[in-house]
Design a binder for this molecule. Structure first.
Ligand code: 5CA
Length: 441
């Protein structure tokens, strides 16, 4: 993409309304624009990052055996009356009437709808276990939408729902999602610590939140320093191996970790030596719940068991804050100059800067490298605008692409370009005829 033909409204000054670094950088880098409190348009670079995160989430859900569907954003109130949540959910639920005066709502979550879909589509115990998920916009009329996409009113969530015959089988479904979350966050370059958590309006008695550590997080967190030494890489796992999956969950839940709502100071002291006790703040990027028959019972989600008797299904739900993750990753990865995107989610892989637009040789060489990279399928953002070098460097650092290729008359005389790593700041001279190969290895 040529920057001279793109839409990336970078701001020179810090926006006043942004209280935390990710919000400030997203606005400054022209990734989002606020439309109303807690509601944002996703501008081109922001949308690219959002889609990359969404795709990683999707791949790991699919890998764990979950099946993708898409449910509407607007729901009828009827199912919510059956589960009893229409009144319970309170003011966070945006209620709407259609022209027939029927009660509708903008879905804050989908337990009722998916349970009804599943109920109507199954016949016998052979149709379970299943896990269905979608990635869809949600609306919650938060009392205090803030911090940009971190606590929005309209936000993108991945929500999965598992259905099993027994509580034991349900536990395996829960464990699979637990492991899928570890893999997902590892691929996003994050360490998201699983913590015992409060279940809130979703309900049930078993749940874990996944939190990334950041000073600006909304939750207080207490945990064992040993978490830092665990293997967080996106390790291999056979999801059909019940014991192996359980073992990973046991490893990641055997050490003390809890959010402030569930923290028990006495237990913390008894389980964790003082010098290993860590506390701080965290951003909740995922939350998984096991709630048994809480929704299947009122919605009649049952099947005929092998013995002919009706069995009410056991279910759980599993959320990931896809749009929140965009801000969460920036909180975890930035410096004073701007964003530092992990390669897996960067809006472009490399930024190509022509520092002397108008110079025939600089233009020709930059154009040639740009076209060659594009031809090889490398995502490249080409700054071909006629602007001072300093402004171009600052903008490129701000938007945080992993690599920069800098072309200027001085290097051209020697047949080289400068390649800069945004994360380490390391600069290297690379011969012009090797640049393309360097990025297509
Ligand atoms: N139905 C369950 C799981 S599918 C559910 O709704 N869980 S949740 O309420 O915990 O939300 C799932 C995830 O969505 C959270 O972990 C968080 O990362 C994200 N999320 C929740 N509220 C917001 C919000 N207002 N803005 C941005 N992301 C949010």
């Amino acid at each position: 993409m040529r920057l001279s033909q793109y839409f990336m409204p970078v701001l020179r000054d810090d926006p006043k309304e942004a209280e935390i670094v990710s919000h400030r950088l997203m606005l400054r880098a022209g990734m989002i624009r606020q439309e109303a409190a807690g509601s944002y348009s996703w501008l081109p670079t922001g949308f690219r990052v959002l889609k990359k995160i969404e795709q990683i989430v999707r791949e790991e859900q699919d890998r764990a055996g979950a099946i993708e569907v898409l449910m509407p954003t607007l729901q009828s109130a009827d199912l919510w009356r059956k589960s009893g949540r229409y009144d319970d959910y309170g003011k966070e639920m945006l209620r709407i009437k259609d022209r027939q005066d029927r009660d509708m709502l903008f879905g804050p979550t989908n337990e009722e709808m998916i349970t009804d879909i599943f109920r109507s589509g199954i016949q016998s115990y052979k149709d379970v276990p299943r896990n269905l998920y979608h990635i869809q916009w949600k609306f919650r009329d938060e009392v205090r939408p803030r911090f940009g996409v971190m606590r929005g009113r309209e936000f993108l969530m991945k929500d999965a729902y598992s259905f099993d015959l027994t509580a034991e089988a349900g536990q395996h479904s829960y464990n699979k999602m637990f492991v899928a979350y570890l893999r997902t966050f590892a691929r996003l370059g994050l360490k998201a610590v699983p913590m015992r958590a409060d279940t809130g309006p979703i309900g049930g008695d078993s749940s874990h939140e996944f939190l990334i550590l950041a000073e600006t997080g909304e939750s207080g967190v207490f945990f064992d320093r040993d978490f830092h030494d665990m293997d967080w890489s996106a390790f291999d796992i056979d999801y059909d191996d019940v014991a192996a999956v359980e073992k990973v969950v046991t490893t990641f839940t055997s050490k003390y970790s809890a959010t402030d709502e569930k923290h028990d100071a006495v237990e913390f002291d008894s389980r964790v030596p003082k010098d290993k006790q860590l506390s701080g703040r965290g951003i909740e990027v995922g939350h998984i719940f096991f709630f048994g028959d809480k929704y299947s019972k009122p919605l009649g989600c049952e099947v005929q068991g092998a013995d002919g008797k009706k069995v009410t299904l056991q279910s759980g739900s599993y959320g990931i804050g896809v749009s929140r993750l965009v801000g969460g990753i920036i909180e975890a990865s930035h410096d004073k100059d701007g964003i530092i995107w992990p390669e897996a989610v960067a809006p472009f892989h490399v930024g190509l800067i022509n520092i002397k637009v108008g110079d025939a040789e600089a233009d020709a060489t930059s154009d040639k490298i740009y076209k060659a990279l594009q031809g090889k399928g490398v995502d490249v953002l080409y700054d071909d605008r006629n602007q001072p070098g300093g402004a171009k460097f600052a903008a490129m650092d701000l938007i945080g692409l992993p690599w920069q290729i800098i072309i200027g008359p001085r290097g051209l005389k020697e047949g080289i370009a400068e390649v800069k790593n945004r994360k380490t700041g390391a600069r290297e001279n690379v011969a012009l005829d090797q640049i393309v190969g360097r990025f297509t290895k």
